[in-house]
Design a protein. Structure first.
Ligand code: FE2
Length: 285
């Protein structure tokens, strides 16, 4: 069983859970955004309280990818602050982890994510796969990979954070400038052969199942036609594709953009009761 189609949930409405002993980050709070019960892969926001520490030498038994939303997180002697990104492969030695000031971190675990004290078995850690740290705020914006997006989206820019040389899986930041609904009345729908996962950091996205506000999250399985989309305020988001390189099949014809869509998200049963939960829009997640 793969992760269920979740499109979309405002992460503000999801409950925090304090992680216990035996978890990957005991004592931190976390909210799971999507979860694969078979592989145990999970996307979660982890909130490290001020002074949080995992002082022993340890490793994780699966890959961890993260993007810091705020605060400061240390892995060994490397400090990560807002906008910093890392891909830490399974088995990477971690002398300690600390968060003296607290931190909130968008975290992607690609498997069972067990923290194991001590040294990893020889051969588990593949240093060639390590991305120790990218300070995304210091990167300049490049062009989106899709030529249609690059040509049609207003002020589109991409910061590529990772592209897996074997699988083609990718992680990137994307921004668009605002559209003018009076001029942009129609758009094309699109389909990808891979999972598209998005966390909206800022701005707004209007699409047929509702309007995504900052803190919105979706996990869309492959081959699901979606769109057309527009953004009245522009957008800034963290994007991932899973299962191979992102390619896009665009519809031949355009259909009307719904700039005031009804809220009708697609949610798995455990999230359905939260579909219309109210939240404080000043909260980021
Ligand atoms: Fe898409």
């Amino acid at each position: 069983m793969a992760r269920p189609h979740t499109e979309f949930i405002q992460t503000q409405v999801l409950p925090w859970k304090t992680l216990g002993d035996g978890s990957s980050r005991p004592g931190a709070d976390a909210k799971a955004l999507s979860y694969d019960p078979d592989s145990k892969a999970v996307t979660a926001i982890i909130k490290y309280p001020i002074g949080w520490s995992l002082p022993e030498n340890h490793y994780l038994d699966s890959d961890e990818e993260f993007y810091v939303l705020d605060g400061e997180l240390w892995v060994g002697s490397v400090a990560y602050v807002k906008g910093d990104y890392a891909y830490l492969p399974a088995g990477m030695p971690r002398p300690s982890m600390n968060s003296p000031k607290g931190a909130s971190v968008m975290t992607f675990h690609e498997g069972t994510h067990r923290t194991v004290v001590g040294d990893a078995p020889v051969g588990l850690y593949e240093p060639a796969r390590l991305i120790a740290k990218i300070e995304s705020t210091k990167m300049s914006w490049g062009h989106p990979s899709d030529p249609v997006v690059a040509a049609t989206a207003n002020g589109a820019g991409r910061k590529l954070l990772r592209e897996d040389p074997k699988t083609g899986d990718r992680t990137w930041l994307l921004q668009f400038g605002p559209d003018d609904p009076a001029k942009m009345t129609h758009g094309r729908t699109e389909t990808h052969p891979v999972v598209e996962e998005v966390f909206l950091l800022d701005g707004e996205i209007s699409m047929p199942m509702g309007t995504l506000k900052p803190g919105a999250y979706f996990w869309r399985p492959p081959h699901i036609e979606h769109g057309p989309v527009g953004t009245r305020k522009g957008l800034f988001g963290l994007f991932r594709c899973k299962g191979g390189p992102l390619t896009t099949a665009w519809s031949d014809t355009e259909s009307p953009i719904d700039w005031n869509p009804a809220h009708r998200p697609i949610l798995p049963p455990h999230l359905a009761p939260l579909a219309n939960a109210t939240y404080d829009p000043d909260l980021q997640y």
